[in-house]
Design a protein around this ligand. Structure first.
Ligand SMILES: Cc1cc2nc3c(=O)[nH]c(=O)nc-3n(C[C@H](O)[C@H](O)[C@H](O)COP(=O)(O)O)c2cc1C
Length: 215
C-alpha cells in the first residue's frame, strides 16, 4: 500500500457535534434547511452557500461542480450560471439534478434531488444587476466550459466588453438563473460509532413524507 493510501485508511473522525431526531423535523424541509443554513453561517463554515451541483448528459454520464446558492424562492433553490456551459447544456436536455451541501464544522450534509428550470428573465436581471460591474463583464468575457486558446484571450475579451459597455454592462442572454424544485431532501447529522442520523423528506403530492434511513 502506498503511504498516502495508508494515511487515508487511517484517517477517521468520530462525529459528536449534534443529533437530528424526528421531533426536530418540521413538516416543511425548507424550514429545516433554513435553520441549518443559519447555523452553518453562525458556525462560520466557509462559504456556507457553496453546493455541489450534479447533472447528467443524455446517456447518463454524471458530472459535478460547485456553484453558489443565491436564494430560495417558490420552494426551490436558485443559482446562476451560463446557460451554454456544460451544466447548462445538460440541464437543457435532462432537467433532473442533485445538490449537495457539506457543512464540515457541524458534521452535516444535505442532499437534494429535483427538477431544474430557468428563472424568468426578470429574476435573472434582478440578481445580475446586483453584481459588481467587473463580475458582469466577466459574464460577457467567458464562454464558460468552451476550450479557449489562452489566458490572454480572456483578458482581451474583458477589455473588449469593458470598452463596449463601460460601467453598466447589460445581462448576456446566455447568462441567468435556475431554480431546482426539490422532490427529495435528506438531512444527515454525523453521530458517534457511524450510527449517523438521516432524516429523509419525500414529496408526496403536495405534502412531504418524513422517514428515517439507516446510516
Ligand atoms: C466556491 C465555488 C463557487 C462557484 N460558484 C459558481 C456559480 O455560482 N456559478 C457558476 O457558473 N460557476 C461557479 N463555480 C465554478 C463551477 O464550479 C464550474 O467550474 C463552472 O460553472 C463550469 O462548470 P461546467 O463546465 O460543468 O458547466 C464555482 C466554483 C467554486 C469552487
Amino acid at each position: 500500500m502506498s503511504s498516502i493510501s495508508k494515511n487515508l485508511a487511517d484517517l477517521r473522525k468520530n462525529y459528536t457535534a449534534g443529533q437530528l431526531s424526528e421531533n426536530d423535523a418540521p413538516q416543511d424541509p425548507i424550514a429545516l434547511f433554513e435553520t441549518w443554513f443559519l447555523q452553518a453561517s453562525q458556525a462560520e463554515c466557509p462559504e456556507p452557500n457553496a453546493m455541489v451541483l450534479a447533472t447528467a448528459d443524455t446517456v447518463g454520464t454524471p458530472s459535478a461542480r460547485v456553484v453558489l446558492l443565491k436564494g430560495i424562492s417558490q420552494g426551490g433553490f436558485c443559482f446562476f450560471t451560463n446557460y451554454e456551459s456544460q451544466k447548462g447544456l445538460e440541464l437543457a436536455s435532462r432537467p433532473q439534478a442533485a445538490l449537495l451541501f457539506h457543512w464540515h464544522e457541524l458534521e452535516r450534509q444535505v442532499r437534494i434531488n429535483g427538477i431544474v428550470s430557468k428563472l424568468s428573465a426578470a429574476e435573472s436581471d434582478a440578481y445580475f444587476f446586483q453584481r459588481p460591474p467587473a463580475s458582469r463583464i466577466g459574464a460577457w468575457a467567458s464562454p464558460q466550459s468552451r476550450e479557449i486558446e489562452s489566458r490572454a484571450f480572456l483578458e482581451q475579451e474583458e477589455r473588449r466588453f469593458q470598452d463596449q459597455f463601460g460601467d453598466n454592462p447589460p445581462r448576456p442572454m446566455q447568462w441567468g438563473g435556475y431554480r431546482l424544485q426539490p422532490e427529495r431532501i435528506e438531512f444527515w447529522q454525523g453521530r458517534p460509532s457511524r450510527l449517523h442520523d438521516r432524516i429523509l423528506y419525500t414529496k408526496a403530492q403536495e405534502a412531504w413524507r418524513i422517514s428515517r434511513l439507516a446510516p
